[in-house]
Ligand binder design. Structure first.
Ligand SMILES: NC(=O)N[C@@H](CC(=O)O)C(=O)O
Ligand SMILES: [Zn+2]
Ligand SMILES: [Zn+2]
Length: 345
């Protein structure tokens, strides 16, 4: 049995670091586990300009402890009136690593998202020419579509056409949750990839209702049936460079989660690597964790792999019931559970 695992320093290709006191509370957890992270722009108001991304990046760096060695990779939130020039200028200046497409009202802080892809065709054309990645929250917002089908329907109604019309556009289907998404990405060309969260590898939709309503298991896209979890797991451990790590760590205050209308989002940053390691271990695929966590993401984004390594040790780790204090007290993913791996440095 493998007892120690040393990997190139990994990156998180999808994280919500928030702003203000919540940023201060959570940034260190991500910086402790990852060298770089793609930081989601769904603040209120969203990050839509180069200037806003630069000042947000400064606030992230200011929230980190001395000597953190962490690089936030900033993203631009697409709206119907997104400006292709501003976006490409930000990409070429090294401020924007990618653009994020939220279908309007699909998820947290997506009210300003795109209502009709036709509105952003000039942006997509400019991104395709520049080689700038498009990151997609892939769910339809049509309320007549069952919530558990919204990802699969998005693939049929939107993504298939997008990939056909923009064959050179680099696309990441974020936080995939279905067998359909895994199959679509596998079958698509090398410009199409996907990120996978820890929660969608660990839980199926039963977790939302285990003995009662479980707000801390609620995120979007919502966890699906077991057969989908198994398909997403198979994709993650397949060794395919199209599937890589993106935690989608999405902290909300306890009050916002434990509410009559609770927010979507699972806070998984503190034990993300331990959580992924558990999955790769259970699947007999620990030898593929490095590709998933540290190699395939940089390859897709055209960035160098990180210098240095991290080490995971087989040792029981009990995840606390709660982290932090006051207004930024948070319930982490796996709260109160034991994971069999520990990040030792
Ligand atoms: N994943 C979530 O459930 N929530 C995210 C938004 C998102 O990534 O869709 C958030 O910002 O809270
Ligand atoms: Zn999302
Ligand atoms: Zn997200």
């Amino acid at each position: 049995m493998t007892q120690r695992l040393t990997l190139r320093r990994p990156d998180d290709w999808h994280v919500h670091l928030r702003d203000g006191p919540m940023l201060a509370a959570v940034a260190g957890y991500t910086a402790r586990q990852f060298a770089r992270a793609i930081v989601m722009p769904n603040l209120s108001p969203p990050i839509t300009t180069v200037a806003a991304a630069e000042t947000y990046r400064d606030r992230i760096l200011a929230a980190l402890p001395e000597g953190h060695g962490f690089t936030p990779l900033m993203t631009c939130y697409l709206t119907d009136d997104a400006d292709p020039q501003e976006i490409v200028r930000g990409f070429e200046a090294g401020v924007f690593a990618a653009c994020k497409l939220y279908p309007a009202n699909a998820t947290t802080n997506s009210a300003h998202g795109v209502t009709d892809l036709r509105a952003i065709r000039p942006v997509l054309e400019a991104m395709q020419r520049a080689g700038m990645p498009l990151l997609i929250h892939g769910e339809v917002t049509d309320v007549t579509v069952d919530i558990f089908d919204r990802e699969a329907v998005f693939i049929d109604r939107t993504l298939t056409g997008l990939v056909r019309d923009f064959p050179e556009l680099r696309i990441v289907l974020e936080h995939i949750t279905t067998a359909e998404a895994a199959a679509f990405v596998t079958a698509a060309g090398p410009h199409v990839a996907a990120t996978i969260t820890p929660q969608h590898l660990h839980i199926n939709r039963n977790a939302l209702f285990a003995g009662g309503l479980r707000p801390h298991a609620y995120c979007l896209p919502v966890a699906k049936r077991e057969r989908h979890r198994l398909a997403v797991r198979a994709a993650a451990v397949s060794g395919s460079p199209k599937f890589f790590l993106g935690t989608d760590s999405a902290p909300h205050t306890i009050e916002a989660k434990q509410s009559a209308c609770g927010c979507a989002g699972i806070f998984n940053a503190p034990y993300a690597l331990e959580s992924y390691a558990a999955v790769f271990d259970e699947e007999g695929a620990l030898d593929r964790l490095e590709a998933f966590a540290s190699l395939s993401g940089p390859a897709f984004y055209g960035l160098p792999v990180n210098q240095g390594t991290i080490t995971l040790e087989r040792a029981p780790t009990v995840v606390p019931e709660r982290l932090g204090s006051g207004n930024t007290s948070l319930i982490p993913f796996h709260a109160g559970e034991q994971l069999e791996w520990r990040l030792v440095g």
